[in-house]
Design a protein. Structure first.
Length: 666
């Protein structure tokens, strides 16, 4: 780490020392180019581009850059997800704000004394203020965390101390640029929030609006990622919503655009476009909501989907009670959205945490697969062969070097000597690791009496090791939040519709209906877990070609000290059981609390999500296998307690508690 820091400081010092020469070279290039005849027409874009470049970079000619702290600023400016997090939260706010269409309040909200336009204006201002405040809160908290991690920056230094902003033509301090960056970022998020509000207002179905907006964002993201810089559709990279999110796109690369023969800064165009889009989106939000009013006739979309709705009701009638409960959890509210977010988040974090194994290590892993495993005799013989090859390479290189010294061969053979030494070094690296594996086998066999396999840790560290913990934490957090919200939906919709008393009087008994609800809930959680982890593990096993899943876990260096006699595939099943128990335990608690008749609000849900998320993350990050087993037993007890409590609340059994509830109801 110290060597890496020293190398970074050295590169930074070289950049700062060369910065004045770089600016002077830009000015000299502009001056020398202007002497050519093709650049001397004052009404041409080329001439104006050269003159504009010289004027803007002339302001950087006298500034002095110093070597100071800038890690926190660099982190803030290179973090691309802040705007997306703010937009996702405000999208949920809009979704809940327009619930008035579903609960019959739209008629009342449109009968205001001062008119619908007054309400539309106030709502637009409220959304803009809430978005700006929330984005600023995220920005400041991210900046504070960056300062705690990397140390406080010298915010008075110039932004050009960051090599990525070497071509930013304005001599702004880092503090001033961060303020400008936050202002532009909040304006971009406000614009997208107001445009999304217009979509929600125009489209009657809120779920369809969410799907439409997410589809647009996915298409825009794919256009920005897949279109090459020199493609003929290159303009779509800049006329893109994600350009608004990434406010520093044009600040990191100096670029002037040809606008009717004039050289106009791309940064200036982006800022102007942001301001115009902000004003137009606010005006559109006011006009669209103000002109929208309740109508008695059904919207066109509902007319088109009426036939599908009738067909869906027939299918639900044939699906039985279990199918209806499953439909209620997944599709009647936000269940399918939570499921999509879980799978999308799982795929995204899996892609982000993938690693590329160097070629040398891939060759070593192939040797483990061909000669390793439990075949230690074959593996040791092959290791001896590699050692002999290494010695032969070194001996041949020494002989060739001796011939070069004696001038018996030309100096052209020096490259062959280097090639032989590189091969010998690669073989030495292999044999050192293989000898270490043999030593570790003897140590484990003597200490624990377990015959381990000759195998590599690479790939397995991504599957069950340190490198996979970030991926595991994100996936468990997403599934934990989704499972608790699914459990809340099992009773919440019936309570809001005042259907609980009717459902409790079912002819087959309350216990029969409760079993359908519990089976649908915990079956959905188990299916989501199996699909997500089965797909992820299958992909990782195929990508890294992991063949020794039947090896003892002590075969892996990072699990060598474990005392449990487990195979790798058994450890995978244990981890899968632990994840299901922790997620199902949180869902059982929510299932228990929600089934209680006196619970009227859902303020406990965030606390459940936070508590169980902390348990799961701490367990994944710090607990050994033995502690995981104990935690599984505790989570199983909690799961059984939650199931028993929800059964008692729903069915009203168990003696004196039932009598007390009856007296309270009377």
């Amino acid at each position: 780490k110290g060597e890496r820091d020293a190398a970074e400081i050295y590169q930074k010092a070289r950049y700062l020392a060369a910065f004045p020469e770089k600016i002077q070279a830009i000015l000299d290039n502009a001056q020398s180019t202007s002497h050519f005849s093709i650049f001397q027409k004052e009404d041409s874009y080329s001439y104006r581009n050269i003159q504009r470049t010289a004027r803007e970079f002339a302001g950087l000619q006298g500034i002095t850059l110093s070597l100071d702290h800038d890690k926190a600023t660099e982190h803030i400016l290179s973090y691309p997800y802040l705007s997306l997090f703010a937009y996702a939260f405000l999208l949920y706010v809009i979704y809940e704000l327009l619930r008035e269409r579903d609960n019959g309040m739209w008629m009342i909200t449109h009968a205001m004394k001062r008119g619908r336009y007054s309400m539309a204006f106030r709502r637009g201002l409220g959304l803009a203020a809430l978005t700006a405040g929330f984005y600023l809160l995220l920005f400041l908290s991210n900046l504070a965390i960056a300062c705690l991690l990397y140390g406080a920056d010298d915010f008075g230094g110039y932004i050009q101390t960051l090599s990525e902003y070497a071509l930013y033509p304005s001599p702004l301090s880092k503090g001033a640029y961060l303020a400008l960056f936050a202002l532009r970022g909040s304006m971009a998020v406000i614009t997208l929030v107001l445009l999304s509000y217009c979509v929600f207002t125009v489209v009657p179905d809120r779920n369809f609006s969410v799907a439409l907006l997410l589809g647009i964002l996915v298409v825009e993201w794919q256009l920005r990622v897949r279109i090459a810089v020199f493609d003929r559709w290159n303009m779509l990279r800049y006329l893109n919503l994600f350009v608004l999110f990434d406010c520093g796109t044009f600040d990191r690369e100096y670029k002037n655009l040809n606008l009717f023969g004039n050289a106009v800064s791309a940064t200036f165009l982006l800022q102007t476009a942001q301001i115009l889009l902000f004003l137009l989106s606010f005006l559109a939000a006011v006009l669209v909501y103000g002109r929208s009013y309740p109508r008695e006739k059904r919207p066109v979309l509902r007319k088109l989907t009426a036939g599908l709705t009738r067909r869906n009701q027939r299918l639900l009638a044939a699906a039985g009670t279990f199918g209806k409960e499953l439909w209620k959890i997944l599709f009647s509210q936000k269940g399918v959205l939570l499921l999509v977010l879980f799978f999308a988040g799982s795929v995204w974090i899996q892609r982000q945490t993938e690693v590329t194994i160097p070629t040398l290590y891939q060759e070593m892993d192939d040797i483990y697969r061909r000669f390793g495993g439990s075949r230690w005799t074959l593996f040791n013989n092959y290791t001896s062969t590699l050692e002999q090859r290494q010695n032969d390479k070194i001996q041949k290189a020494d002989q060739l070097m001796q011939l070069i010294r004696e001038e018996k061969v030309s100096m052209d053979y020096i490259s062959e000597v280097g090639f032989l030494m590189d091969e010998a070094e690669s073989l030495r690296h292999m044999t050192d690791e293989f000898r270490e594996a043999r030593t570790r086998m003897q140590s484990v066999l003597k200490r624990q009496g377990i015959q381990i396999y000759a195998m590599s840790d690479r790939g397995y560290t991504e599957l069950i090791g340190e490198n996979g913990k970030l991926r595991e934490c994100v996936m468990v957090l997403l599934l934990n939040a989704a499972a608790i919200l699914w459990a809340v939906q099992a009773f919440d919709r019936e309570r809001k519709a005042s259907m609980s008393a009717l459902l409790r009087s079912t002819g087959r008994g309350r216990g029969w209906l409760w079993r359908k609800k519990a089976g649908a809930l915990f079956g959905t959680i188990a299916a989501a877990l199996l699909i997500a982890y089965g797909g992820m593990w299958g992909y990782l096993i195929h990508k890294y070609r992991l063949t020794y899943l039947d090896a003892p876990i002590q075969s892996l260096a990072f699990l060598e000290k474990n005392r449990e006699h487990l195979l790798i595939w058994q450890l995978l099943l244990l981890q899968l059981l632990f994840r299901w128990l922790t997620v199902a335990g949180g869902a059982a608690c929510a299932f228990w609390i929600t089934s209680w008749r006196r619970i009227r609000n859902l303020m406990y849900v965030p606390f459940l999500i936070v508590i169980f998320s902390l348990i799961e993350v701490l367990e994944l990050l710090f607990a050994p296998v033995s502690v995981m087993m104990v935690t599984c037993a505790g989570m199983l007890a909690l799961l059984l307690a939650g199931i028993a409590g929800s059964y008692r609340n729903w069915c009203g059994y168990w003696g004196r508690w039932n009598r007390k509830d009856r007296r309270r109801e009377v």
